[in-house]
Structure formats: structure tokens, C-alpha cells
Design a protein around this ligand. Structure first.
Ligand code: PAF
Length: 283
């Protein structure tokens, strides 16, 4: 795009040459992978990357492999020019926006599968999801070879999956998790919030409050299973149409817990009409 406010790279060779030149000068490289539809949560990743790295690259690729056929790939918001303007404003140095023919050329036949931490929660509700994420993130890390990759804790399970794949595949990139950014009423920022009607948006704010309440109850000694069940009931009563899960889990392994003896997090996925929201927080 000739008039983009940000230099935009579209192929692997140019990306590699650019990051190699930076490294030859002794500069560190930070990568912020995104699917676009940017909001302040993404920009906070860019800001974190700027604090750690000399050259900050954001990638933009709406990854078809992480959407099931019945999901929102077709209607996922796309505005590359708007995203580039926001990234430039946040101080990002480069945009890497490959086409599908670069990421998945004819005959592409490889899937990266992380077992254990991929299996529960999102893995049960969206069985296709982590294979798609792990495959595209592995490709992005190998294409860019950044010193650090930045990912939001909003997708905490995704962060664990990516840490594991980088470790298991000896990808020499430090995976950095960054705190969830929230709206003033506590709703976790997400590109999918744009789908919500005004009434749904009002109800959506209940999600983080109900999770806070469940944490309070569990800390006060209520059984974990009861705190989870009560949170699910409260979400339905608040107007959520369906609950995929509300679960307190070990923060490292995502194994179910029956007591708060180790670091834990509470995770939820719930539907408002056609929109699926997720959130999680430290217990
Ligand atoms: O979190 C996202 O936006 C996506 O899952 C990611 C990491 C960019 C991979 O497509």
C-alpha cells in the first residue's frame, strides 16, 4: 500500500533480510503477532515491545486455520489501513502483512500440535483452534526470528501453548506475556467486542464482575466447584445465552483444582447471542 503510514512487508525474504540487518547492527527485534482489528490491548503489546526491543514489528494475518467452518472468519473485521495508522501512532516500526499464499502456499500440509495445555477449556470448546494458532505462530516466529514475541494474557491458554511450542521446538524467542487491557467497566478488550449490540455490551461487563465474585467466594472457603457453578448461574441470570465453561485451574498446567494451594486462575467463555467472549484472571 503506497500511502500506508507504516512500511509494510509482505514476504518472508524481505522480512528475514530486514531482521538480519537489524541484528547485524546489534539491534534486538520484537514481534507482536495480531489478526488486526486492533484496539488498545494490541497497542499495549507494541508499547511493551518498544520497552524491550530496538525494532518492533507487528504482524497482521487473519489466520483461517484457527477458525472452524461455522465461526466468524468471513465477518472478522478487516481494516489494514486503520490498523497501520494505529500501529504507527503507537511507535511500531514495521508491519508484516503476508497474504494467505505466503502463509499457506499450495500443498501446505503441516500442523503444529501442542498436547497437554491445548486440551482443556478452549481446546474442548474449539478443538480446531490451538492447532491453527500453534501452526501460524510457529511460522511467524520462524519467519521473523525475533528476540521476543509479545502476547496478551487475555488469551492466557494461548500464551501457555505458545510458550510450550517455543520451548519444545527450540525456537530462540522469549515469549513475553502482557496484562489484559480492560475497558473502564472492566470488560476485557477484544476485537470481538465490536460485534456486541448496546444491550449485549451492557451485559458483557458482568463477565469480569462475576469472575471477581467467584474468586472472592473461593478465597473465603467456598468449594471450587460450587464457586464455578454459582458464577455460571449468575452469568445466565445476567443475560448470557450460553456458558462454555467457568473453571478455576492450575495457572501453569490448567489441571482442575480442588483447593487454592498453588497459583490458580479462573477462566470463562460465554456467549451473548452470536458473540463468544472469554476472560480469565488470577485467583
Ligand atoms: O491472539 C491472536 O490475535 C491470534 O491468535 C494470533 C496469536 C495472532 C495468531 O493468529
Amino acid at each position: 500500500m503506497a500511502d500506508s503510514p507504516l512500511r509494510t512487508l509482505r514476504d518472508v525474504a524481505t522480512l528475514r533480510a530486514t531482521t538480519a540487518a537489524a541484528r547485524a547492527k546489534g539491534h534486538t527485534v520484537g514481534l507482536v503477532p495480531t489478526m488486526g482489528a486492533l484496539h488498545d490491548g494490541h497497542l499495549s503489546l507494541v508499547r511493551a515491545a518498544k520497552q524491550r526491543c530496538d525494532l518492533v514489528i507487528a504482524s497482521l494475518f487473519v489466520n483461517p486455520k484457527q477458525f472452524a467452518p461455522n465461526e466468524d472468519f468471513g465477518r472478522y473485521p478487516r481494516d489494514e489501513a486503520g490498523d497501520a495508522a494505529m500501529l504507527a501512532q503507537a511507535g511500531c516500526d514495521l508491519l508484516y502483512a503476508p497474504g494467505a499464499e505466503i502463509m499457506y502456499p499450495e500443498g501446505f500440509a503441516t500442523t503444529v500440535e501442542v498436547t497437554d495445555v491445548s486440551r482443556p477449556l478452549e481446546g474442548e470448546s474449539r478443538p480446531h483452534f490451538f492447532g491453527g494458532v500453534a501452526t501460524v505462530v510457529t511460522k511467524l516466529l520462524l519467519q521473523c526470528l525475533p528476540d521476543c514475541g509479545f502476547f496478551g494474557e487475555k488469551d492466557y491458554q494461548q500464551l501457555l501453548v505458545i510458550k510450550k511450542l517455543a520451548r519444545d521446538l527450540d525456537i530462540p524467542t522469549e515469549i513475553v506475556g502482557c496484562p489484559t487491557m480492560r475497558e473502564s467497566d472492566g470488560l476485557a478488550m477484544s476485537s470481538r467486542n465490536a460485534y456486541l449490540s448496546p444491550e449485549e455490551r451492557r451485559i458483557a461487563a458482568r463477565l469480569n464482575l462475576v469472575l471477581h465474585d467467584a474468586i472472592k467466594e473461593a478465597r473465603a472457603g467456598e468449594a471450587i466447584a460450587e464457586a464455578e457453578a454459582e458464577a455460571a448461574r449468575h452469568l445466565l441470570a445476567a443475560g448470557f445465552s450460553r456458558i462454555d465453561y467457568v473453571a478455576m485451574r492450575d495457572a501453569e498446567t490448567l489441571a482442575p483444582i480442588s483447593a487454592l494451594s498453588r497459583p490458580a486462575r479462573i477462566f470463562a467463555a460465554a456467549w451473548l447471542g452470536k458473540t463468544r467472549l472469554i476472560d480469565n484472571m488470577e485467583v
